[in-house]
Design a protein around this ligand. Structure first.
Ligand code: C2O
Length: 587
């Protein structure tokens, strides 16, 4: 069974073929080069049109059959119809009461059943607002005192709403818990035995975009200000890398006592390993910018890499989350969460994350990454798979109506009536540099380090794993490289979903015991990171990690090598991780 996070086959129309030609401005743009100008990004932005339509006519049944994640028990004939493969919005009347998810709270961690929204039998379909007031989401560290007061007041009013009001602060926080901690099953798609999990897959970006969209509208209506826009925590620029200070005022509605007390004024660590390291602020800033470059550029060369693996009705999200979801998104959650709390509450755990106001500013910036990514580069397009586009969710709006929304309607922020303040994007010029470029490293180690073919998988990650991975092809032409990215796949990662899990991956870093490269060096490939969450009855989850190698190997002068030395370094919660395979593919 294949469980690779590869994009669907080209024949489906899911590749970018149709799009590249529609945007000559974008594809000819010298992106991410050292000469990149912010002003170009700005003008580029105005030219961008996002074509969300799909000429996709794949046979979804075939895709389902090909899915590695189908639980053995799933009966394919129970798919309501051939067109029902997108995940349908959950039936909230069944929230937490399903035998699968109706489990009792264990006293410490609320489970799915504890975060169900008020029921409503009335669902209305989303309509784009007529003549909406356009909103510009501002950088959180640049807010005027007036704007801070407005934000504060809106949150205060949200907290004062009756507990049963779906717009109430805690009710809104529960949305995140319900969609991530097993409260909902795929019953409306015909799979009552499979739960809904909107992380670790291509649903990550659209789900959170819709979530924030309604949150922002509710806040605006509570202060009667249709221009109110959710600030973004600008952790991708040096001046924005601390928690904006007004969040630390105990008298403010934005305050949350459950945050790591050592981090209230510290520079954020976008590669947080679960405990603080001795890095200086300057090094941290450099590493942060390099991580941004890695995750937004090197490891996000195509839509699947950026958005994450496919996730359709009848399956679980096992193909892996997108680059930005893994990091910096997840480490930032954990970095803010309070280590004094059992489960890293609030931001450090899925069930409680929405209880910290900072969550919404964190995700506003995550959402901004989606917008930035699309402005930059020929293959940087939304997915065109019908099942992605037709996935639906439900949210309560500012009038307490339960609204059904589709992924296809959230692809253009301007259509939803908002955009982001233009600020510097310094990581575009923060490409990591090689620590020790040298060809033949893998060859030199032959005999000392095992080839993957000699390793008996699955391997445990309770210590550093070092292997030589064969490259199916080397010295590819420029054209070949443009067409397909060389991808490193860490496949079948089985991990404890109740822990903060993180490991880092390096190539051709020859150090004997550990690795020497840091995040701003080319040898650092990327991080796998998971925020804790509960599942019914099972703790182990399975997924994949993938990273782009094409540019990296060129810079390490290793493009003509037969093998790559891969080092996987456990950083947090990896004691019981096993890995099914490590390999290189082209996609
Ligand atoms: Cu739904 Cu930042 O997680």
């Amino acid at each position: 069974m294949s469980s690779l996070p590869t994009p669907p086959p080209p024949a489906t129309g899911t590749t970018t073929k149709t799009h590249v030609t529609t945007s000559p401005v974008i594809s000819s743009f010298p992106l991410f080069s050292k000469t990149f100008k912010k002003s170009s990004l700005k003008s580029l932005n105005h030219k961008i049109t996002c074509n969300a339509t799909s000429d996709n006519n794949l046979d979804r049944r075939n895709i389902l059959l090909g899915l590695g994640g189908l639980a053995g028990a799933v009966n394919l004939t129970s798919i309501p119809s051939a067109g029902a493969a997108p995940l349908a919005a959950p039936d909230i009347s069944k929230c937490g009461t399903n035998p699968l998810t109706g489990f009792k709270p264990d006293g410490t961690t609320p489970t799915g059943g504890d975060c169900c929204p008020p029921d409503s039998s009335q669902i209305i379909d989303f309509q784009f607002p007529k003549n909406p007031t356009f909103k510009v989401r501002p950088a959180a560290h640049l807010l005027s005192p007036k704007y801070i007061a407005k934000f504060n007041l809106a949150i205060k009013r949200m907290k004062e709403l009756p507990e049963t009001d779906p717009r109430n602060f805690l009710q809104q926080a529960h949305i995140h818990c319900a969609y991530c901690n097993g409260a909902y099953t795929q019953s409306s798609s015909g799979f009552p035995e499979i739960e809904i999990q909107i992380h670790n897959s291509w649903l990550f970006f659209p789900f959170h975009r819709w979530y924030l969209y309604f949150y922002e509208r509710i806040l605006g209506s509570l202060i009667d200000d249709p221009t109110f826009a959710l600030p973004f925590w600008n952790w991708d620029t040096p001046a924005g890398m601390t928690i904006p200070k007004y969040f630390n005022d105990p008298k403010s509605a934005l305050f949350d006592p459950k945050r790591n007390q050592d981090h209230l004024k510290a520079v954020v660590d976008l590669g947080y390993n679960g405990s603080d390291s001795a890095t200086t602020d300057l090094e941290k800033i450099k590493n942060n910018l390099a991580i941004m470059y890695r995750q937004m550029v090197t490891n996000a060369t195509d839509p699947t890499a950026f958005f994450g693996g496919e996730y359709r009705a009848g399956s679980e999200p096992i193909r892996g989350g997108g680059s930005v979801e893994q990091s910096p998104h997840t480490p930032v959650h954990r970095w803010v969460g309070d280590p004094r709390e059992t489960n890293g509450e609030n931001l450090g755990n899925f069930y409680s994350a929405g209880r910290d106001t900072l969550f919404y500013c964190h995700h506003s910036n995550v959402d901004r990454m989606w917008s930035l990514w699309k402005m930059t580069g020929g293959k940087h397009k939304d997915l065109t798979d019908d099942d992605w586009l037709n996935t639906s969710f439900v949210f309560y709006d500012e009038n307490k109506n339960l609204v059904r929304v589709y992924v296809k309607d959230c692809l253009r922020t301007t259509q939803l009536g908002y955009d982001y303040q233009r600020v510097d994007v310094p990581w575009l010029n923060s490409k990591p540099v090689p620590r020790a470029p040298r060809s033949g490293i893998a060859k030199k180690l032959a005999g000392k380090v095992k080839q993957t073919t000699d390793v008996s998988f699955p391997v445990k990650l309770n210590k550093i794993v070092k292997v030589l991975v064969a490259r199916p092809k080397k010295s590819r032409s420029k054209k070949e490289k443009e067409e397909k990215e060389e991808l490193l796949i860490v496949q079948g990662i089985s991990y404890d979903s109740e822990k903060y899990v993180k490991f880092d991956v390096y190539v051709n870093d020859e150090d004997d015991d550990d690795v020497s490269a840091v995040a701003d060096q080319t040898e650092f490939v990327g991080s796998f990171a998971q925020l804790p969450h509960k599942h019914k009855g099972k703790m182990m989850s399975k997924t994949n990690f993938r990273a782009g190698l094409t540019e990296l190997l060129e810079e390490l002068e290793a493009d003509d090598d037969d093998n790559v030395l891969v080092t996987v370094v456990p950083r947090s919660g990896c004691e019981d991780i096993t890995i099914d395979d490590i390999k290189i593919v082209f996609a």
